[in-house]
Design a protein around this ligand. Structure first.
Ligand code: GLN
Length: 344
C-alpha cells in the first residue's frame, strides 16, 4: 500500500507529545512545592500512625516511661519553611542524635584530620555500645557516631574543664536547633546512675591512649549530652542546618562551616543507624542519625532536613515508625540523590 504523506508527521507529533508529558511528569514528581511536601507528610502520618511494631528502650529506666504514642514529623527547607504533622511539641531526650553535633563541633574546632587520627571515621558495623569493637581495633577506628567514639568526641570538646566542655556542647546543639535547649534531668539522672558499661568503654579507651580527658568526667559529659531535650521540630531544624551548609535556615546564623558539614554527612551516611546503616542507606539514599529516645533525623543536602519522633525501637535501636516515614517521604518527593533521570 502506498504510504500517505501524513503518516510520518502524525507519528512524530504523537511521540513528541508523549515525551513532553513524560518529562513534565518526572519534573513535577521532583518539584518541592508546598503542596507536595505537606501532602507527603500527611500521607506518611496516616499510613504509619497505627503501626504497633517496636518497643521503647528500657536499659535506661526513664526511657521506658516515655509515652510510646508520641508521633511527630517535621521538615524544614533550606529556605527556612517549616512543615509539620502530628505531635511536634512533646520533648524526648536526644540520645545518640547528639553524637552528630558534638562531632561537627570537634571537626569545626580541630579539623577533619584530627578526628580521623584521634577517633576514626570508619563504621564499626557493630552495636552502638559494643566493647568488642574497641578491643578488636585496640581503640582505633571507633567512630564518633557510636558510643566509644562519641565519648572520645565529648572528651575532645573545647573547654578546660568539665563545665566548659558541657557548655560548649549545649551551645552547639542550641545553635543547630535555633533556640536554647535544656537538659532532661530525670533521663540524665536515670542514665548517670546506670552507665557502667559506657564508663567501662571510656576506661578501655583511656588504657589505649584514645581518651582525651578524665574518663569518668568524659562519660558524665556524654551522658548529659544524650539527655538534651528536643522535639521533632528541633531535630528537623538541626538537620536543615546541615542541609544548608551549616547556616541555620530559620535564624540565618552560621553554626559551622560548609566544610565541616561536608565531613559530617558521610559519617552519618555510613554509621548513622549503627549496624543497620547500610540497610538505611539502601532504602533512603541520604545521611541520617537515630537515637534510643525515638528521634531520627535525615538530611537532604541543599534541600531540607526532616525528623520524626516516635519512641518504639527495632532490635538495632532505631525508631520503627521514623525510619518508615522518612523513607516514604523521600520516595514520594523523589529526592533520593541516587535517583537520576537519564539524559535522553
Ligand atoms: N545514652 C545512650 C547510651 O549511651 C545513647 C545510645 C543511643 O541512642 N543509641 O547508651
Amino acid at each position: 500500500m502506498k504510504k500517505s504523506i501524513f503518516t510520518i508527521p502524525w507519528r512524530m507529533i504523537t511521540t513528541i507529545l508523549i515525551l513532553t508529558l513524560t518529562i513534565s511528569f518526572q519534573l513535577k514528581a521532583q518539584t518541592l512545592t508546598k503542596e507536595n511536601i505537606q501532602k507527603a507528610l500527611d500521607d506518611a502520618y496516616n499510613k504509619f500512625k497505627d503501626l504497633q511494631e517496636g518497643k521503647n528502650a528500657d536499659y535506661i529506666k526513664e526511657l521506658a516511661n516515655v509515652d510510646p504514642n508520641i508521633f511527630g514529623i517535621a521538615l524544614v527547607t533550606t529556605d527556612g519553611q517549616v512543615y509539620t504533622k502530628g505531635d511536634i511539641t512533646s520533648m524526648v531526650s536526644i540520645q545518640s542524635v547528639s553524637k552528630v553535633f558534638t562531632m561537627a563541633k570537634d571537626i569545626e574546632d580541630l579539623g577533619p584530620q584530627a578526628i580521623q587520627d584521634k577517633i576514626g571515621v570508619d563504621a564499626t558495623g557493630m552495636r552502638f555500645n559494643s566493647i568488642v569493637a574497641v578491643e578488636l581495633q585496640k581503640g582505633k577506628e571507633i567512630n564518633p557516631l557510636v558510643n566509644p567514639g562519641a565519648i572520645a568526641a565529648s572528651s575532645l570538646m573545647a573547654g578546660a574543664d568539665s563545665a566548659a566542655k558541657w557548655k560548649n556542647i549545649l551551645d552547639i546543639h542550641s545553635a543547630f536547633a535555633g533556640r536554647q535547649l535544656s537538659l532532661n534531668w530525670p533521663v540524665y539522672v536515670s542514665e548517670a546512675g546506670d552507665n557502667l558499661r559506657n564508663q567501662a568503654i571510656a576506661h578501655l579507651l583511656y588504657a589505649y591512649g584514645r581518651m582525651y580527658f578524665d574518663p569518668v568526667q568524659a562519660t558524665d559529659i556524654y551522658t548529659k549530652q544524650c539527655a538534651i531535650n528536643v522535639n521533632a521540630q528541633d531535630l528537623a531544624e538541626m538537620a536543615a542546618t546541615l542541609a544548608n551548609g551549616g547556616v541555620n535556615p530559620v535564624t540565618k546564623k552560621k553554626v559551622v562551616s560548609p566544610q565541616t558539614v561536608m565531613y559530617t554527612l558521610p559519617v552519618m551516611a555510613t554509621a548513622g543507624l549503627y549496624d543497620d546503616s547500610g540497610i538505611w542507606l539502601f532504602n533512603s539514599g541520604i545521611p541520617a542519625k537515630s537515637g534510643v529516645g525515638g528521634g531520627l533525623l535525615a538530611v537532604c543536602p541543599g534541600k531540607f532536613g526532616i525528623a520524626v519522633v516516635s519512641p518504639p525501637l527495632d532490635a538495632a535501636g532505631n525508631s520503627v515508625k521514623a525510619q518508615k516515614v522518612i523513607q516514604y517521604v523521600i520516595q514520594q518527593l523523589g529526592v533520593n540523590p541516587y535517583l537520576v533521570q537519564p539524559k535522553q
